[in-house]
Design a protein around this ligand. Structure first.
Ligand code: AMP
Ligand code: MG
Length: 393
C-alpha cells in the first residue's frame, strides 16, 4: 500500500468517523462532555436591578443633600417602599435596588451624621447598578451545541436552572498492546523485556480526550491471540487502538490480523516522523488504529490523528492550543522527506528549543516537553529567532 501524506491521513480518518448518539446527564456530571443541545436562559440576568457595591441607594439629583435613611436592604431581600425625594436606603452588594433609585453610592463615599442622616462625600459616582437583563435576556441562547463543557459552562447551566443536560455519548475505545517483550508495569522486566508504557499512556490520553477507555491487555506477538482480542474489541468498541506490530518486522502481523477480522485498511504508511507505520482501517461497527509501538510515536499519532476524531464523533471540532514563539537557536534536521513533529520546551523568556531527544522510544524526553512543532516536508532548517507555532501537548 502506498505511503500517504499526513494531511490525507487526517482527512481519511475524519471522513471515516461516525456520530455518537446522545444521552442526558446531570449538569454536575457534564464536565468535558460535548453539549448536544442549545441551552437558553429561563430568566433575565440579573433578574432585578442589582446593587454592585455596598452603599446607599438614592436619586442622583439628591446627591448634594442630607438624606433620610429609610431602611436597610440586604442581599436576597427588597424594599416595597419607593425612593422619593431626599431619601436613601442602606443597601448591600447583590441586593435589589428599590424603585425610584437611579444610583448607589459607596459606603466609602458616605458620612453618617450624628442624627442618623446620610451625606454623600464623593466627587463622582458611577451608578453601581447592574440593570435587569443586561447580561442575558430571557430566551437568549447561553450555550451552543458542540461546546466542550468547561467549569464556567457549568456555572452558566446552574444560573439558568438547566440541571440535566443532553451531551454526546463518549466513544468507547479499547486499547490492546502487542509485543512478546512487554510485561505490565507492576512487574520487574526479565532479560530482554520492557514494561508496557503505551497502554497506560493511551488510557490517560483517552481520559483527557473525553473518551471511555478500556484496556484489554497484551496480545503478545501471537497471531491467534491478537485475532481473538481484536475480534472481541471490535464487538464492544467504537474505536480500537492497537499499539506495536505495525512495522516491517517478521512478527509485525497486526495489519494482516486486522484484515482477517474484517477491517478494511485505508492506509498503512504515513509520510510523517515519528509515526510512519501508523495504520488505519474501518469495520462496520468501529474504526481501528494500528499505532506504532514506540511510545513517542504512539503518543504523537494519538494526539494528531485519534484525538481529533474522538472530538468529531462527539460533534465538537478539536482546536489544539498553540503559541507563536521564536526559536532560541537554529535547528537543522538530517532528512526532509517527511513532515516532522518535534518535542520542544519553552524557556522562561518565551523562546523555543527542541528537547534533547534520542528517538521515538525516548519517553522521558517527551515527558519534559511543553509542546511540539511541525516541520513540513522539504524544510530542513528553522532559523534562530524564527517564529514557530508550538502546539501544546
Ligand atoms: P513495534 O511497533 O512492535 O515494532 O515496536 C516498536 C518499538 O516499540 C519496540 O522497541 C517495542 O519494544 C516498543 N514497544 C512496543 N509496544 C510497546 C509498549 N506497549 N510499551 C512500550 N514500548 C513498546
Ligand atoms: Mg512489536
Amino acid at each position: 500500500m502506498e505511503i500517504i501524506s499526513f494531511e490525507k491521513a487526517q482527512e481519511t480518518v475524519l471522513k471515516s468517523s461516525f456520530r455518537m448518539t446522545t444521552e442526558k446527564v446531570s449538569f454536575t456530571d457534564s464536565l468535558y462532555r460535548v453539549l448536544a443541545e442549545d441551552i437558553a436562559s429561563d430568566m433575565d440576568m440579573p433578574p432585578f436591578n442589582k446593587a454592585t457595591v455596598d452603599g446607599f441607594a438614592c436619586r442622583r439629583c439628591d446627591l448634594g443633600r442630607v438624606l433620610d435613611l429609610a431602611g436597610t436592604i440586604a442581599a436576597g431581600s427588597h424594599s416595597r417602599e419607593e425612593i422619593s425625594e431626599n431619601i436613601c436606603f442602606r443597601i448591600m452588594t447583590g441586593a435589589s435596588v428599590p424603585a425610584g433609585a437611579d444610583m448607589v453610592f459607596m459606603v466609602e463615599d458616605s458620612h453618617i451624621n450624628p442624627d442618623g442622616k446620610v451625606s454623600y462625600t464623593g466627587a463622582f459616582s458611577k451608578d453601581n447598578i447592574s440593570k435587569r437583563g443586561e447580561d442575558i435576556k430571557k430566551g437568549d441562547t447561553v450555550l451552543k451545541q458542540g461546546k466542550l463543557i468547561s467549569p464556567q459552562d457549568i456555572a452558566v447551566m446552574a444560573s439558568v436552572g438547566h440541571t440535566s443536560v443532553i451531551v454526546s455519548a463518549m466513544p468507547k475505545v479499547t486499547v490492546i498492546s502487542s509485543g512478546d517483550e512487554l510485561v505490565e508495569p507492576s512487574e520487574k522486566p526479565g532479560i530482554s523485556k520492557i514494561r508496557n508504557s503505551n497502554a497506560y499512556q493511551l488510557m490517560a490520553q483517552l481520559k483527557r480526550a473525553g473518551a471511555m477507555g478500556e484496556y484489554l491487555g497484551i496480545a503478545g506477538d501471537n497471531e491467534s491471540v491478537t485475532y481473538d482480542i481484536l475480534t472481541h474489541a471490535l464487538s464492544v468498541s467504537d474505536i480500537v487502538l492497537i499499539t506495536g506490530g505495525v512495522s516491517m518486522g517478521d512478527f509485525d502481523f497486526v495489519p494482516s490480523v486486522m484484515e482477517r477480522a474484517g477491517v478494511k485498511i485505508l492506509f498503512s504508511r504515513v509520510n510523517v516522523q515519528p509515526g510512519k507505520p501508523t495504520t488505519f482501517g474501518v469495520h462496520p461497527k468501529a474504526i481501528v488504529f494500528g499505532l506504532p509501538g514506540n511510545p513517542v510515536s504512539s503518543f504523537l499519532q494519538f494526539e494528531l490523528l485519534v484525538r481529533p476524531v474522538i472530538c468529531e464523533m462527539m460533534g465538537c471540532q478539536f482546536v489544539p492550543v498553540t503559541f507563536s514563539l521564536p526559536m532560541k537557536d537554529s535547528f537543522t534536521r538530517r532528512t526532509t522527506d517527511r513532515m516532522a513533529w518535534i518535542p520542544v520546551v519553552i524557556s522562561k523568556d518565551g523562546r523555543v528549543s527542541p528537547v534533547e531527544y534520542h528517538g521515538s522510544a525516548h519517553i522521558s524526553a517527551l515527558a519534559s516537553a511543553d509542546g511540539i512543532i511541525m516541520l513540513p516536508e522539504g524544510k530542513k532548517t528553522i532559523e534562530k529567532g524564527e517564529v514557530v507555532s508550538v502546539r501544546q501537548i
